[in-house]
Every structure is written in structure tokens, then in C-alpha cells.
Write a protein that binds this ligand. Structure first.
Ligand SMILES: [Zn+2]
Length: 330
């Protein structure tokens, strides 16, 4: 007999990656698994499910179920199932009970206020099998709650769903969620929603057009202080085992506290196993900073600043022209 499964976990518990792997396993056995998500969730720009790990897969919307010939499928997988309505969960129950097709739902249990989502409520009530996918809080305990963070503060009221806002979410254990306590300092890699960091990235590179050239395929790291991004760095592989630091920016009110140094040390350690040479292009004022990490000047990109930026960039009253190239062997 087919079953309805609800696999729930907090943010960052690899729910979407799990969903994609299950679909892949069906395909490997020569079977079809239908990937669905509620239409409400359009963060990934439409008919695609995407995980933080970078895996993605095409999908259909739950709202289209009536138009899909389910007889062609051996399994139905639903990502972001917390956003289902009660009626849609009922529809999934019918698929299991009437068509004998297993349905596997992945989603969050509760919202940032600690209240059940509609989809999760009915999946909890009706699923045959309920499984938890675990992830950890910054303190190392199991994270069961999600916190909404706006300007570095944990917010516990407001509408359940805000799409495209400037807030971010993090998973916490219940104790730290209750107290609204975020890690005093932690470094995270950001794979989705990089645009939220544009204002900070523009501090170091004043052209959004230039930032767009490396943001998508670059690796973005943020050093968060009590949930707020104090410093960001973007690195990108430029060929073979050579990498380039494309952007390193600290929020204006967070400067002089050593955050830039900490994220640099982190990146150098992180890259060591996969990188022989780390390069950076910079301006005269920052040469001393990079020399402290062992970078040496080894070239110029002539007129780079003058030719690639729509407006002149001034540093200590002088317009920047050549970019100074530095590198460090790892
Ligand atoms: Zn905790």
C-alpha cells in the first residue's frame, strides 16, 4: 500500500536536496517521480526546485495537478510542502489512497513565530509516516525552530509569509529561539539570495554591473555578528587551481574591529586544499592590508578602474586608474 510521507526539518536541513535525490533514485530504477511545489513559493523564479547546496530540478506546481496524468508516475514528491493548503493536502491523500501512488512531502514544521504552517498542520494530522530531518543550531544542539531576522534582530510577529523582503532566516534550538539569541559571530556561505548582499558589496566595488560579473558563479561568505552581516567576501575560481578574491567589504559601522582579517584568514584556510594561488586586484590604500596576509604585488591591470567604471572612483582624493594585482601562494 502506498503511503503519505511528511519529512520535516528546519532551514538548512537539506530538504530540497533530499527531495532531488529521491527523484534521482526513482529515475535510476527506470521509474518516474513527479516533482511538485506550491506555486506560492516562487523564490527560484518558477518551475524549479533549488537547494542551498546548488542542486536543482525542474518541477510542476501543485495547482496544476488536475492537468497532470498521474498514471505516468510511480511517486509524487512535494517540496516546500508547508505552503500547501488543507485542500491540497487532501488532494495528496487522495492520490495515495485512490491511485496507490506514494507521496513524499518535504517542508518546515513551524513558522518563525513558532506556529504550524497550514500544510504542515494537515500533513502532521494525516501522513502515514512522519520523519524529522535534523540540522543544528549555532550552539550545536538540534535546531527545531526558525527565526526571522530583520536588521540583526529576531522578529517573532508579522505575516507568516514575506516573499522578497529584506529579512533572512536561520535555524535555532528552541532555547535560543525563545531568547532570540543569535551566534555572536559566525561565518556562513550564501548560495541563494545573494542579491540581499548587494548594498554591502557595493561598499567595496561601486558598480553593480561589475559585481554581477562575479556574483553568480562566485562563492559568497558572510561574517555575521548577532545575525547581521558585518563583512562579506566573494571568491571565484579563475582557472586551474587559481582563485581570485573578487570582493571584500565591511559594513561602514563595523570597521576597525578585525572582521575583515577574520574572514580573510577563514578564506585562506578554506581554499588551501583546492587552491595554489589566490589573487586579488586592489587599490593603493589596501595594499598594506593584503601584505599582512602574505600577498605580494605582481602586476597591474592598466587603467582598469578608469575604463571599467562609469564614474571615477576616488581614493584619498585621487581618481583610481590602474588596478594593483597581488597574489599569495597557498
Ligand atoms: Zn542553540
Amino acid at each position: 500500500m502506498a503511503k503519505l510521507y511528511f519529512r520535516y526539518g528546519a532551514m538548512g536541513s537539506s530538504k530540497t536536496a533530499n527531495a532531488i535525490m529521491v527523484q534521482y533514485n526513482y529515475q535510476e530504477r527506470g521509474q518516474n517521480a513527479l516533482m511538485l511545489k506550491p506555486q506560492l513559493d516562487n523564490r527560484d523564479g518558477g518551475k524549479i526546485v533549488g537547494s542551498r547546496s546548488g542542486l536543482s530540478a525542474p518541477c510542476r506546481f501543485v495547482e496544476e495537478l488536475d492537468k497532470i496524468d498521474l498514471k505516468l508516475y510511480d511517486c509524487v514528491i512535494v517540496d516546500e510542502a508547508q505552503f500547501l493548503t488543507k485542500a491540497q493536502v487532501q488532494q495528496l491523500v487522495d492520490i495515495v489512497d485512490q491511485l496507490n501512488i506514494p507521496v513524499i512531502c518535504y517542508g518546515l514544521r513551524a513558522d518563525f513565530r513558532g506556529e504550524l504552517f497550514e500544510g504542515s498542520q494537515w500533513l502532521m494530522a494525516w501522513a502515514d509516516t512522519i520523519e524529522e530531518i535534523k540540522t543544528v543550531c549555532w550552539c550545536g544542539r538540534k535546531a527545531t525552530m526558525i527565526a526571522r531576522i530583520v536588521n540583526g534582530e529576531v522578529v517573532k510577529s508579522g505575516p507568516q509569509i514575506v516573499l522578497g523582503g529584506n529579512e533572512s532566516y536561520v535555524s535555532l534550538c528552541r532555547r535560543h529561539w525563545s531568547r532570540g539569541e543569535l551566534a555572536s559571530e559566525e561565518i556562513r556561505r550564501i548560495s541563494t539570495g545573494k542579491d540581499a548582499f548587494l548594498p554591502l558589496l557595493l561598499e567595496a566595488d561601486p558598480s553593480e554591473m561589475m559585481i554581477r560579473r562575479y556574483l553568480d558563479d562566485g562563492e559568497l561568505y558572510t561574517l555575521n555578528v548577532h545575525g547581521r552581516s558585518a563583512c562579506v567576501a566573494v571568491i571565484r575560481r579563475t582557472g586551474g587551481s587559481e582563485w581570485e578574491l573578487m570582493n571584500l567589504a565591511t559594513a561602514p559601522d563595523m570597521r576597525g574591529k578585525g572582521y575583515g582579517t577574520r574572514i580573510m584568514n577563514h578564506i585562506i584556510k578554506l581554499l588551501a586544499p583546492r587552491c595554489n594561488r589566490l589573487r586579488v586586484g586592489t587599490s593603493p590604500a589596501n595594499v598594506g592590508f593584503y601584505e599582512r596576509f602574505g600577498f605580494r604585488q605582481d602586476g597591474l591591470r592598466q587603467h582598469f578602474f578608469a575604463e571599467n567604471y562609469p564614474n571615477p572612483i576616488y581614493e584619498n582624493g585621487q581618481p583610481l586608474d590602474d588596478m594593483i594585482m597581488m597574489s599569495k601562494l597557498l
